[in-house]
Design a protein around this ligand. Structure first.
Ligand code: ADE
Length: 225
């Protein structure tokens, strides 16, 4: 998979790609990530990429022209399966969307900034709009990092144990059951006996029951789908 990210703050978004599972997936050539600094497409020599909004109101809006130039250049080099805009006024990211996007070959991600982008960018280029939650961040960069992490860990070969992505919370609309490791007893707190029993069908059953119970208690909305 190849992911291109257009941003006004490349330095802000780069570091999550330099550690742990994501870095290893890049080192193993399972994914390529390229950052594009929107300022390189500025409309003047002073690096202008934003302006006040028509109609008045606080906050700067990213201009259509630099974004058009950048997206048009990238689109001339390859075909994108999706052109994604990170913004709070969109459907919220969930596991289903991450699964869907993890099957794609080329993704282009545009990070919003300040008050957002000229709406015509969304009408002209964007095929998918994603929010990472009902709160407002200073820009789309952290959202893009979250989205990429959720997608990349699903690509075959990225996780050592392939089944572990499938047993994540949300893969079947259920929260994960609790997990434990050594020691079996700590300051009087004991690990549930069933997990030490070696009876794997029973352990599976216990995990399913726990997942259902926790989902009912913490996220009953997941069971409504
Ligand atoms: N940009 C600002 N807030 C955001 C959010 N909640 N999700 C995605 N992009 C954003």
């Amino acid at each position: 998979m190849r992911i291109d990210i257009i941003t006004v703050s490349p330095e802000l978004i780069k570091s999550p790609f330099e550690y742990s599972i994501i870095k290893r997936s890049i080192d193993k050539n399972l994914v390529e990530v390229h950052f594009h600094d929107l300022r390189e497409y500025a409309i003047n020599d002073y690096g202008k990429i934003d302006d006040y909004q028509f109609g008045g109101g606080a906050g700067m809006v990213l201009l259509i022209e630099p974004i058009d130039k950048c997206i048009t250049k990238l689109k001339s080099e390859r075909t994108y399966d999706e052109i994604i805009y990170l913004t709070p006024d969109a459907l919220t990211l969930n596991q289903k969307t991450a699964n869907f996007l993890s099957l794609k070959k080329n993704l282009l991600i545009l990070c919003g900034h300040y008050k957002g982008v000229d709406h015509r960018v969304r009408e002209l280029f964007i095929t998918k709009e994603i929010s990472i939650g009902d709160y407002v961040l200073s820009g789309g960069e952290l959202g893009a990092a979250v989205l990429c992490d959720a997608i990349i860990r699903l690509i075959p070969g990225v996780l050592g144990d392939e089944s572990s992505a499938l047993s994540d919370s949300f893969q079947d609309n259920l929260l994960s059951p609790p997990v434990y490791t050594r020691p079996a007893e700590y300051k009087g707190l004991e690990v549930p006996k069933i997990l030490l029993s070696g009876n794997f069908p029973k352990i599976d059953e216990w995990r399913n029951d726990q997942a259902m119970e926790r989902t009912k208690k913490i996220r009953p909305d997941l069971l409504e789908d």
